[in-house]
Design a protein around this ligand. Sequence first.
Ligand SMILES: *Cc1c(COP(=O)(O)O)cnc(C)c1O
Length: 375
Amino acid sequence: MEGAGEQVSFEIDDLPVRDELRGKSPYGAPQLDVPVRLNTNENPYPLPEPLVERIAERVREAARNLNRYPDRDAVELRTRLAEYLTDTSGHEVGLANVWAANGSNEVLQQLLQTFGGPGRTAIGFEPSYSMHGLIARGTGTGWISGPRNEDFTIDLAAAEKAIASHRPDVVFVTTPNNPTGTAVPPETVLALYEAAQAAGPSMVVVDEAYIEFSHGDSLLPLIEGRPQLVVSRTMSKAFGAAGLRLGYLAAHPAVVDAVQLVRLPYHLSSVTQATALAALEHTDTLLKYVRQLKDERDRLVAELLETGYEVTASDANFVQFGRFDDAHAMWQKILDRGVLVRDNGVPGWLRVTAGTPEENDAFLDAVRELKKESA
Ligand SMILES: *Cc1c(COP(=O)(O)O)cnc(C)c1O
């Protein structure tokens, strides 16, 4: 450390940080500068130029009003998001069903601030999205790690048992699941919802960050008549707008009212709202690459299998592959060949995001070489 603190060694644990944060690590997908980055499930294609122009236009308009606070309730944006959800799911939702925030991570944080918190618990079925547990901890919510089967599907009987015995306040179901790619059938989600209501009542949060890449349909229609079911979505993955930071949820209007108790006033900046509105004018072009990425995902699965690796069936824009005695060593060897994949800490497995055909070729070449070397 430079400067005033030079003589005194003072570290995070010397500060009076909350007990549950002591000795923990922050979310940390490495942001390394390598030629091929297939580690954070981003869409590899930059936004199309006409959309870039439209964003500039809308942001310019917004800039003229930056002396004012933004629309606190993001009414226009939520209306457009509701239209997008209605058009793509065939299930009609309106402004009152939709809430938006800075990435679905903030949506999830608001849900845990509202329905979790000290003295309460949340459960997820792991391995799954590590942020669910991290946001739980950040909001003082106790975290319960629920089980999965060997093939990474949810073990329904065990999950129902865990819900009945722990009586969690929030149940997370990620479908398609990250990092495994596993889709959760609607019957399973309904059974978990029933179990949660019998034990609870508790909120069931269905995290659909990757739903646009799935072979199956969104579970959005399930919110009908189920006021404790929330579907969370994001523009970070299929929309190719991870840098925008825009996530949203669809649920009963009472849920939308409830999260407003904890949201910070004016949480969604005018610039973010303007950018997201521009993007929603171009959903057709934005989603144009989804079909191509799904094909590339299927190609990764096929060629990994052909090369002799194991893969987990994927409904997302990434593939979990293995198995390795030392997954981290394998991660390093792939990195040494200029390709960054993800070690999510699932013993024996790594995860690769579907990139452009050229990026995927570079990845496949690397793992083919490594297979030959190890043979
Ligand atoms: C990437 C991801 C998100 C998205 O988070 P944002 O904050 O919207 O970028 C949410 N849930 C899961 C499971 C994810 O993998």
